[in-house]
Every structure is written in structure tokens, then in C-alpha cells.
Design a protein around this ligand. Structure first.
Ligand SMILES: O=C(O)c1ccccc1N[C@@H]1O[C@H](COP(=O)(O)O)[C@@H](O)[C@H]1O
Length: 211
């Protein structure tokens, strides 16, 4: 059984589907270039609805302290996910803005990319391995997968989550190939960019649970 994070939630129906389906985490994106970006008001409302039912994650990209403080004030997230090119120092500084911890995303295309994990283990509470973004593309949320076998048998000093191009149809194979204990999805449970499909969320969570 793999734990799951449903990321890029933009409305209450999707949030409720994630909670009802047994997600451990829900993710809210604060990054204006993303089709899943949330205004402060919407972020606050969704975080309030989620409180106490599921662990909340705010996803940021190279956010400055002002933005992190604003996110903390309006949403009080359990976790902050850093999905840009934050270095270990910046990652450590962000810790004060999350209630439970930090998730640091690492882009993976080749086995050598996993070496970056070591520098973040002392400062992040969880790692996320996502497909390296295409040149000029968004830093995440691209529906791109990488070779999951790269992770097979690898051990890290922190818990980690598999991300990138996961869907209800491939998540079981991804878990089996990589050995992931937790998985993260955004595009694979959408009807269109930025609009989650509650049925696909339920299917993904059922598949992850039985993986
Ligand atoms: O989802 C986004 O729009 C996004 C924007 C900026 C940084 C990260 C983002 N999403 C993260 O990427 C993973 C993988 O997405 P996908 O399933 O391949 O579409 C997503 O789960 C978020 O953690």
C-alpha cells in the first residue's frame, strides 16, 4: 500500500474527493505561472476546509521569505514543498513556515541525479523525486514520467515520494518498479489543466492503496 498526495487542488469537490478517498496529503500550488495557482483567498478557504482531515502541503517555487510568511499566515500548512532550484540553505530557512515539515523536490532524468538527495537530507523532512522539467516548461505538473527503475533498491536518509506522470493506470507499476512508499499526482487526475476530476482521484487513490 502506498500513501498518496493529490496535488494542485483548486476546488472543494476535488478536495473532498481526496479526503473521502483516503489521501494522506493534499497539495495547493502557489506559483502564478501554473494553471493550478491559487489566490490567497482561495488558498485560505481550501486550507480551512481541509484542516484536521488531511495533511496540507503548499507547493512553492523559489519563493522568497515574504511569500513563505504570507502562505504561512493565510493557510498554516502542515508541509511546504519546495519545487524550484532552492539550495540547502534556502531549504533550511523555509522550515519555520511549515507546521510539520518540508518536502524538497528533486528533478530526475538519470541515475546520477539522485546524488542531489544527500545535500537535502539534513534540511528537508521528506524528499520528492519528480521528472526533470522540459526546457522552458513549468518546474512541475508536466505529466512527465522518468524511468522508475532508477529508484529501485535505493535508500535515502529521509522518507521519499515518487512523482511525475503518474495516473490511475500506471501507479501500481510505478510503485512496484521504484519501491516507493508514497506517491504524488497532479495532471493524471485532471479533466483539463487545473481542473481535477473527482472520479480519477478516487481511482488513483484506490490503485495506490492496493499497490
Ligand atoms: O502542478 C503544478 O502546476 C506545479 C507547478 C510548479 C511546481 C510544481 C507543480 N506540481 C508538482 O509536480 C508534481 C508532478 O505533476 P504531474 O503529476 O506530473 O502533473 C505534482 O504532483 C506537484 O507536486
Amino acid at each position: 500500500m502506498a500513501e498518496a498526495k493529490i496535488c494542485g487542488i483548486t476546488d472543494a469537490r476535488a478536495l473532498d474527493a481526496a479526503i473521502d478517498g483516503g489521501a494522506r496529503f493534499v497539495g495547493f500550488v502557489v506559483y502564478p505561472k501554473s494553471p493550478r495557482h491559487l489566490s490567497r483567498d482561495k488558498l485560505a478557504a481550501l486550507a480551512e476546509r481541509a484542516r484536521g482531515q488531511v495533511e496540507t502541503v503548499v507547493v512553492t517555487v523559489d519563493a522568497d521569505e515574504e511569500l513563505l510568511a504570507a502562505v504561512a499566515a493565510c493557510a498554516g500548512p502542515d508541509w511546504i514543498q519546495l519545487h524550484g532550484s532552492e539550495n540547502p540553505g534556502k531549504t533550511a530557512q523555509a522550515r519555520q513556515y511549515a507546521q510539520r515539515g518540508l518536502i524538497k523536490a528533486i528533478g530526475v532524468a538519470r541515475p546520477e541525479d539522485l546524488a542531489q538527495a544527500a545535500a537535502f537530507e539534513p534540511v528537508a523532512d521528506m524528499l520528492m523525486f519528480d521528472a526533470k522539467p522540459p526546457p522552458g516548461g513549468l518546474p512541475g505538473g508536466n505529466a512527465l514520467a522518468f524511468d522508475w527503475q532508477i529508484l529501485a533498491g535505493r535508500r535515502f536518509g529521509r522518507p521519499w515520494m515518487l512523482s511525475g506522470g503518474l495516473t490511475p493506470a500506471n501507479v501500481a507499476e510505478a510503485v512496484s518498479a521504484s519501491g516507493a512508499a508514497a506517491v504524488d499526482v497532479s495532471s493524471g487526475v485532471e479533466a483539463s489543466a487545473g481542473l481535477k476530476d473527482p472520479l480519477k482521484i478516487a481511482e488513483f487513490l484506490a490503485a495506490a492503496r492496493s499497490a
